[in-house]
Ligand binder design. Sequence first.
Ligand SMILES: [Zn+2]
Length: 496
Amino acid sequence: MRLKLYSTLDKKITQLQPLHEKRVGLYACGFTVYDYTHIGHLRKYTMDDVLIRALRYGNQNLAEKIGVDLQSYEVTFVQNVTDVGHLASDADTGEDKLEKGAKKYGKSVWDIAHEFEAYFFKSMDLMGNLRPDVSCRATEHIQEQLDMVIELERKGYTYIIEGDGVYFDTSKFPEYGKMAGLDVSQQEEGARIGLVDGKRNPADFALWKFERPGENRAMVWPSPWHERSFPGWHIECSAMAMKYLGEQFDIHTGGIDHIPVHHTNEIAQAEATTGKKPFVRYWVHHNHLHINGEKMSKSLGNFFTIDDVLERGFHPMALRLLFLTAHYRSEMNFTWENLEGAQKAYEKLLKAVSMLEENSVLISQLGESAVTHVTAFFESIRNDLNTAQAVSVVWSVIKDSSVEDAEKKTILLEFDKILGLGLSTARETLEEIGKAQVTQIEEIPEEISQKVGQRELARKNKDFATSDKIRNELLKLGWSVEDTSVGPVTVKIKRP
Ligand SMILES: [Zn+2]
């Protein structure tokens, strides 16, 4: 459908005008495969998925009925896999992420990359996110990256720091930092990026890095400048995006943390290479997910993956529904209580849909009330993906007694082509959820029921520290305890 989108480049919402009338090229900064995909990533990629589904959505009959342009775009969705070790900081210093992951898990960098890529896609599939049309690994596009750096060198945008790497000279690109609103002249060395000896300007960044003596890196390639060298971490996205989408394309997505460095550098190196502006018209940036008001990190113990969600007995689509209730450009705070609420809402939604008659109606037969809801839904999505409002329309439809069941069925399934909540298989999912929780008392082993008893005693004594501790022990053993009005109910958690 024809969307109005916010672009960080011109900081306003405008009607999307793709370079080619019916086609959209979209590049999403992918995942660095050195550790587990966490729920912060899941939020970003789920909202990318909604954007792609919305662009692909088309329905001429409905468009005529509601007067909203619902012509579909042919979307080419490209997403990279960062499997070459870039450095742990945005600066061109620090430890290599892949090497760090390999050390941590006691495996080779190639194994780490392979396993965490598989985990990423498993997480995406569970969230119902469509696979990219092109999934490209950085290590399989070394030549393209190299060609780009050679071209930049030929055009005079680079310089070499001996024993360190090839750097982009930002003073030769006057528009550097425009999107991020950076005032480069005010930058002090080391203020934004780490100190690298020999850099001409603070914002200059590495295009290609050289292995240091004694470093013995696992991933190195020969280049015109050094026998054992590797790409800097920004070049891969520009090189691969251009290979699959052309020198200019329509939409580039990523997290807001990419605005000041990664995407700023992408614009500079890409536009300097081709001489064409803008490299990308719509820069779509996703805001952060916080956990209980804090930044997610392993040291805080609030680093959660899709497996943590499943092990606590939640359905991945409940998490998807939760994500949809916040705008992608807003910060979102995740708590397990919120997810519990979303799980209940999701089950309610499934029940409501599965209770509707099998019959549906033709779009042309929709009555006035139904049309009002449909208009509200698509206007919300069209307006820079206001998914929160769109979800509220879903509930209005369910509650509205002036809309017939058959009409409800038709329009809810139509909405779900964008929301991706799996409503067309509502009944099966309900059954599946029912099966996931086995509550027969006789199946609970002695060890578990003893712990449940101890926990109940602690709770009665208002010793919540102990009761929480036991609850966590139970969770680790694969059992969850729910406190209900009739006492604790012990539930075996379904393993993925
Ligand atoms: Zn990127």
